[in-house]
Design a protein around this ligand. Structure first.
Ligand SMILES: Nc1ncnc2c1ncn2[C@@H]1O[C@H](COP(=O)(O)OP(=O)(O)O)[C@@H](O)[C@H]1O
Ligand SMILES: [Mg+2]
Length: 354
């Protein structure tokens, strides 16, 4: 198996640079995600790895081989494009066989490999259909089969599920992961969908505007985001201000609109310093007993959970996710108490955000 190593990669279109020095390492066999908002440079990064767009500076390795500057056909990557890009005039079998024909594989072997690959992606016997006769999900599987049948060293997936409806997307997520693990193929998967990344990835790299912000396991980037951008992109967040009251080793006491909170922090803090305390809606506890009083300004039942927004003096509106119940947790206008799970609070430098 082959890993991918990217060192200080810069990529530009004309004189506009869109990747500003990306460094990352994908381990052999890993399902590696690149997550970021639309336009941040994800597709450009994949095109760079595939050799479809030349890099402006930096180095790329597949396994031990430096591939910087190599044309696409010498790189042995397989790519699934966002819009699938199937050949409409070819049958499913013809689409999947395409790369094998280019490589002069013997006819019998082609038929055999196409048959096995279609079975693997859950489309046995689809050889003679045309792409236009397939659903979006089926086209997606054909694109995957076409990319994988040539046994690439690296599989590159560009938002492969974004054209599918919500239910199918969830099913294909599980199928994709199973297929990737079965083949054991090193995969770089780019998406703007944080749930897709969190649920499928071995590790995730978060990119913002052509810069890599953080790389880590899904739980690491979700629970220990390195900065405000990552915190806000991989989940929702509440921000309150805290003033350092006391420092006790790694634990810092903050005066906040939600009372005194003890938070473990990394940097050195001094008394009186103002910082932003960031926490997720699911770490907000609402009750009629414990916490600081607030007023419910919004509540929406979403099935498995209920979103409740509460206005608290000095904190603004805080969002809470609570488990959906048969009767509503609270209604707009209700007084309720708000507390936060201290262990889940992240501390970032204060930014004037209101
Ligand atoms: N072929 C191109 N020519 C010029 N600019 C491009 C081209 N492709 C993408 N861009 C620009 O580069 C930036 C990154 O695009 P892209 O890599 O497609 O982002 P993402 O895939 O994360 O949505 C965007 O600002 C986009 O408009
Ligand atoms: Mg894209």
């Amino acid at each position: 198996m082959f890993g991918v190593r990217i060192e200080n990669l810069h990529m530009s279109y004309g004189d506009r640079e869109v990747l500003h020095g990306i460094t990352l390492e994908v381990k052999p066999g890993e399902m590696f995600f690149v997550l970021g908002p639309s336009g941040c440079g994800k597709s450009t990064l994949l095109r760079g790895i595939a050799g479809l767009v030349p890099s402006a500076a930096g180095h790329m390795f597949i396994g031990e081989t430096e591939v910087t500057g190599m044309p696409p056909y010498m790189r042995n990557t397989g790519m699934v494009f966002q819009n699938y890009a199937l050949f409409p005039h070819l049958t499913v079998g013809g689409n999947v066989a395409y790369g094998l024909r280019l490589r002069d594989v013997a006819k019998d072997e082609i038929a055999d490999r196409v048959r096995r690959m279609l079975a693997l992606v859950g489309l046995p016997g689809y050889e003679s259909r045309k792409p236009a006769e397939l659903s979006g999900g089926e086209q997606q599987r054909v694109a995957l089969a076409r990319a994988v049948v040539v046994e690439p060293q690296v599989l590159l997936l560009d938002e492969p599920l974004s054209n599918l409806d919500a239910k199918l997307r969830l099913k294909m997520r599980r199928d994709l992961k199973a297929i990737q693990k079965r083949l054991g193929i090193t995969t770089v998967y780019v998406t703007h969908d944080q749930r897709e990344a969190l649920s499928l990835a071995d590790r995730v790299a978060v990119i913002n505007d052509g810069n890599l912000e953080q790389t880590g396991a899904p739980r690491e980037i979700y629970f220990r985001p390195i900065n405000r951008f990552v915190a806000g992109f991989v989940g929702e967040m509440n921000i309150i201000q805290g003033k350092v009251k006391d420092v006790e080793g790694a634990s810092v006491l903050f005066d906040t609109p939600l009372g005194t909170l003890a938070v473990s922090t990394e940097g050195v803090l001094r008394q009186g310093q103002i910082l932003d305390l960031v926490f997720r809606p699911e770490d907000v506890q609402l009750s009629y007993k414990k916490g600081v009083s607030g007023k419910v300004v919004y509540s929406a039942f979403e099935g498995f959970q209920e979103e409740v927004s509460v206005e608290v003096d000095g904190a603004g509106v805080l969002k809470a996710f609570v488990k959906g119940k048969t009767s509503p947790m609270a209604q707009e206008g209700d007084e309720i108490k708000v507390a936060v799970e201290e262990g889940r609070i992240r501390v970032f430098p204060h930014v004037n955000h209101r």
